[in-house]
Design a protein around this ligand. Structure first.
Ligand SMILES: Cc1cc2nc3c(=O)[nH]c(=O)nc-3n(C[C@H](O)[C@H](O)[C@H](O)COP(=O)(O)OP(=O)(O)OC[C@H]3O[C@@H](n4cnc5c(N)ncnc54)[C@H](O)[C@@H]3O)c2cc1C
Length: 390
């Protein structure tokens, strides 16, 4: 889109939601020389463009709930601020729980959410059935629902950020791969790409599933691994009501929501090894569809319209790595959102701009998300992971 400049105040590597949101927030706050470098032909084609578009407050960790509280109101005012429709639909997330263990765990989550002002409802099986009469209630013990959870269109959100960041002076470059980062005396001095070098003192790693590769360029081990996750979309079904919530089942991780008059469904394969493979696995698709038909028998009538696979960018504790990195000087990271980054992208961009411009993110305390948490011996084993990963 823009030619690659030869120098910049800030170079952001990666043009998914994290990169473009960070760029927008930097130029909005007056930084002029910001460049986003994306290897693909378009922005937001990787994890962001392949995601299910879910946005929710219902998490198990305080900091993730706070990231939602910062981000979801931005989706709400997106049309005004960005002049971009994003198909926002507050259909709610309905979690349905099939074991006593999950019931107990979700009670704790709901108590935490309420203590932070998120009024999640606790539902009995009768109340769940009333909400989604089409659902087979077998084995469902209880559920939770939050009416301000829902869906938005990821490509439109990326487009809104790209357009407004560009209008405010950011340079956005596609079809350019970062191949190296130059460091002199412990400080970043330039980014190397297959289209030439850009001198800069600040680099933001916003490469999601590829973050480990960028870390290697400066000798830092970034513990983010790629995991294939796939989605199937059915042909329209007249029985699917327009107000169907996003339904997520535990323990199997099945999820589905209304999409173009049909259903979009996914389910994480717990045995998937880390890899960059994004070919659709037809066997796992069948497992997913069987679980869907069991829970929503009407789905049996639907033809398959399309399916695709993308990558989750997973850290050991399913929390992102955000903020200034301990080394080299000028290196920042906003990556590893572990399968729920689309919804936290708007807030993450604000916090990264604060971190770079004010020396420290302050709207939300991100100390829990800093890279340093991995440095103490045995730290990973002691970490409390986010349990609301789907
Ligand atoms: C199937 C699926 C369903 C999901 N559902 C949801 C959901 O419902 N809600 C939700 O919030 N999240 C969901 N997610 C997770 C969400 O998509 C991610 O957390 C989020 O998109 C991460 O954004 P990102 O900008 O970090 O990564 P990406 O969107 O992957 O962007 C990183 C970019 O960096 C670029 N890049 C990498 N290396 C280089 C390099 N060397 N040079 C230049 N560019 C480079 C890549 O091309 C890529 O465009 C889902 C993910 C998947 C796969």
């Amino acid at each position: 889109m823009d030619p690659l400049p030869r120098s910049a105040d800030v170079v952001i590597i990666g043009g998914g939601i994290m990169g473009v949101s960070t760029a927008y927030n930097l130029v909005k706050r007056g930084v002029k020389d910001v460049v986003v470098i994306e290897k693909d032909e378009f922005f937001g084609e990787e994890s962001t463009g392949k995601c299910a578009g879910g946005i929710r407050y219902q998490f198990s960790s305080k900091v993730n709930i706070e990231l939602s509280k910062l981000s979801i109101p931005i989706f709400e005012r997106f049309k005004e601020e960005f002049d971009q429709d994003i198909d926002l639909n507050f259909c709610g997330y309905l979690f349905i729980l099939g074991t006593e263990e999950y019931v107990e765990d979700f009670k704790k989550r709901v108590a935490l959410q309420r203590s932070l002002g998120v009024e999640t409802q606790w539902l009995t099986p009768d109340e769940i059935h009333k909400k989604v009469p089409l659902m087979n209630m077998e084995g469902i013990l209880a559920g939770t629902f939050h009416h301000k959870d829902g869906l938005a269109d990821p490509s439109s959100v990326v487009q809104g950020y790209v357009r407004q960041a560009h209008r405010l002076g950011a340079k956005l470059v596609t079809k350019t791969r970062v191949t190296g980062i130059r460091v002199e005396k412990g400080k970043i001095t330039a980014v190397e790409t297959d289209q030439g070098d850009v001198s800069t003192g600040i680099v933001v790693n916003a490469t999601g599933a590829w973050s480990r590769e960028i870390g290697k360029m400066v000798g830092v081990n970034i513990p983010i691994d790629p995991y294939r996750r796939q989605i199937t979309v059915t042909a329209p079904l007249e029985e699917i009501p327009p107000d169907l919530p996003m339904v997520v089942e535990f323990p199997n991780g099945l999820y589905f929501h209304r999409e173009s008059g049909g259903l979009l469904t996914g389910m994480s394969n717990p045995n998937e090894p880390p890899s960059f493979n994004t070919a659709v696995d037809p066997d796992w698709m069948m497992v997913n569809l069987e679980a869907l038909v069991h829970r929503l028998p009407v789905a049996e009538k639907a033809g398959i319209r399309t399916s695709w696979a993308g990558l989750y960018e997973v850290t050991p504790d399913a929390h992102p790595i955000m903020g200034k990195m301990p080394e080299p000087e000028g290196f920042y990271c906003v990556a590893g959102f572990s399968g729920h980054g689309f919804m936290h992208g708007p807030g993450a961009g604000i916090l990264m701009a604060e971190e770079i411009l004010d020396g420290r993110a302050h709207t939300v305390n991100i100390d829990r998300l800093r890279y340093e948490r991995f440095l103490e011996p045995g730290a990973i084993e002691r970490m409390e992971a986010e349990r609301g990963v789907i």
